[in-house]
Write a protein that binds this ligand. Sequence first.
Ligand SMILES: Nc1nc2c(ncn2[C@@H]2O[C@H](COP(=O)(O)OP(=O)(O)OP(=O)(O)O)[C@@H](O)[C@H]2O)c(=O)[nH]1
Ligand SMILES: [Mg+2]
Length: 218
Amino acid sequence: MTNALPFPLAEAPDRDAQEAATRLFRQGADFLKGVVAMSGLPPADRMEVCFAGRSNVGKSTLINALTGRRALARASNTPGRTQEINFFTLADSHYLVDLPGYGFAKAPVAVVEKWQRLLKAYLQGRQSLRRAFVLVDARHGIKPVDEEIMALLDTAAVPFQTVLTKADKIKAADEPKLLAQVRGKLAKHPAAFPELILTSSETGAGIDTLRATIATLV
Ligand SMILES: Nc1nc2c(ncn2[C@@H]2O[C@H](COP(=O)(O)OP(=O)(O)OP(=O)(O)O)[C@@H](O)[C@H]2O)c(=O)[nH]1
Ligand SMILES: [Mg+2]
């Protein structure tokens, strides 16, 4: 343990965690509603996790991969596809929340500003938010806009876990450099959960681990 790296990659789930994930996810997910103002949030009456990240990082696609549904959350190649806070029910115990992206978006400035304000209000003010998954493109690492969101989560004391996306797009040889960059940045964030998950919605890598993480949150 003496040379343990900070922010290791999460280990594959053990059998209990895997079974918990199977039990939870086989009950299925459904779209509940799209929210455009804090007043539209559903009652904070269950376990809630959200997926935040730069536009186009793969938030909606990851929700589809997790739930095994091809088009539950609307994904697209156009940055700025998700413009509302989309709530999905998972079984009758969890909400999965798909957030609009931050950073560059192909949408009018006034519209983008409105949803950025809503996004920040949600991240800071949602009582039942148990963990925010902050998605980071494995090709790009943590960018200044990600750090802004991470700082906001630190201040609001919302625990967040970094999920690296699009692992299928990087070469194995580039992984150490990516991990070093991410670990260096996360070290400055007290709200950062000390494990990373490397995923690909394309190959399915890391999806079981993320399912198990969600299923074992208490
Ligand atoms: N190769 C690869 N492509 C991916 C992966 N995940 C997402 N994509 C692609 O990335 C693009 C953006 O995906 P979305 O899921 O719409 O991204 P988003 O973060 O929801 O984007 P916004 O809603 O605009 O903020 C789509 O073309 C996806 O097919 C992945 O793991 N591997
Ligand atoms: Mg989206």
